[in-house]
Design a protein around this ligand. Structure first.
Ligand SMILES: Cc1ncc(COP(=O)(O)O)c(C=O)c1O
Length: 393
């Protein structure tokens, strides 16, 4: 329809003017760290494959074997015929790893949050969300039709003030935060949030998509000594450090049973392909067996931060905030010319004026390449204005 195409074209032009238009680039990941793009071999510093398990032989073998036994797709929702036997095993393993009574695996991390929050709260209720929480926590909060309020990033005092003001007006309340923040790499003040949640009878939902496998001995942000906390709703993903695909919630047995009865993004969608569940199981085996390997991405991130003089990171994610979108795009192009793949992160993924390179460090990144990357970042991105990054190309 003409009006529809006109609308789409005008929207795209607006995005283009702000350097905010996104495009897809064919990328072949040939190993856990190396990629091929536009015929060039690039070392990726922007994948969430923190332990490089997407290409681990044991993980690939487990997926292939499951594919041969159970077929490619699950065939139906888990509540019809899609609940292949690997699910029970993975859910038991996740619950044990996160020290909860039970777990429930969803189709993805995004789908998990879209299902969890509306299953717990509705239009009379309250959801308090960290302002920098991931889009899918916001999505789940809005889908619930509850009153949704944001609190300043990791600001326990602000959250407490909001709870004092608003909590008594609502029968139920959820506090939603990332564990490891996806774009900044910092860890939420989980013990203080858990204490506030308890005191105000609010349910704390922690999305630890970027914590599982890499912090807290591989068990996540709420197992890190400084942020050890009892979290009632521990959500995460199988798609990052585990190298597979899918999402999960670890919680008490009644909460998990409620999810199976009320979470629409679990009930009304096809179960995960069996190969993905098998891959996640094999990845968990590796993580449980080798905590030293799990610690490597954070060690590499710390080494990089030392070399460029940035504060010590708490996770494998190190942001280099450059300001405007064009500056981040220019910095990404410069790194690509030197053989590094680091995608520019722009609004609305991050707040306006904070476009950045989001570097992610993984277990197998060679130390020499990290040094080379640090030199480039030091020379072009920390000491010079965004305009001079563009000029250096
Ligand atoms: C904090 C956070 N939560 C959830 C997700 C979504 O997980 P998935 O990729 O499994 O849908 C992401 C992925 O980008 C994330 O960064």
């Amino acid at each position: 329809m003409r009006s529809l195409d006109e609308f789409a074209t005008a929207k795209l032009a607006e995005l283009e003017r702000g350097s905010l238009r996104r495009t897809l680039a064919d990328t072949t990941r040939v190993t856990g760290i190396w990629t091929l793009r536009n015929g060039r071999r690039l070392l990726s510093f922007c994948c969430n494959d923190y332990l490089n398990l997407t290409h681990h032989p044991a993980v690939k073998d487990a997926a292939s074997e499951a594919l041969q036994i159970y077929g490619v797709g699950a065939g139906a929702s888990r509540f019809v015929t899609g609940n292949h036997p690997l699910y029970a095993e993975l859910e038991a393993r996740l619950a044990r790893w996160k020290d909860t009574e039970a777990a429930c695996v969803f189709g993805s991390g995004y789908l998990a949050n879209l299902g969890i929050i509306p299953a717990l709260v509705g239009e009379d209720d309250l959801v308090l969300v960290d302002e920098l929480a991931h889009a899918c926590l916001w999505g789940g909060a809005r889908l619930s039709h509850a009153t949704v309020t944001s609190f300043r990033h990791s600001d326990v005092g602000h959250l407490e003030a909001l709870l004092k003001q608003q909590r008594r007006r609502h029968p139920r309340a959820v506090i939603a935060t990332d564990g490891v923040f996806s774009m900044d790499g910092d860890i939420a003040p989980l013990p203080a949030l858990a204490e506030l949640a308890l005191r105000h009878d609010a349910w704390l939902l922690c999305d630890d998509a970027h914590g599982l496998g890499v912090v807290g001995g591989g068990r996540g942000a709420n197992f890190v000594e400084a942020t050890k906390a009892d979290i009632t709703l521990q959500m995460g993903t199988l798609s990052k450090a585990l190298g597979a695909y899918g999402g999960y919630l670890c919680a008490s047995a009644p909460v998990i049973d409620l999810m199976r009865n009320r979470a629409r993004s679990l009930i009304y969608t096809t179960g995960l392909p069996p190969a993905m569940v098998a891959a996640a199981l094999a990845a968990l085996d590796l993580i449980e067996r080798d905590p030293a390997y799990s610690a490597r991405p954070v060690e590499k991130a710390k080494a990089f931060a030392r070399q460029v003089g940035l504060p010590e990171p708490a996770s494998p994610i190190v942001p280099i905030v450059l300001g405007e979108a064009e500056a981040a795009l220019a910095a990404a192009r410069l790194l690509e010319e030197h053989g590094f793949l680091v995608t520019a992160i722009r609004p609305p993924t991050v707040p306006r004026g904070t476009a950045r390179l989001r570097l992610t460090f993984t277990a197998q990144h060679p130390d020499g390449e990290i040094e080379r990357l640090a030199e480039l970042v030091r020379a072009h991105m920390l000491t010079q204005s965004p305009a001079s990054v563009a000029a250096a190309q």
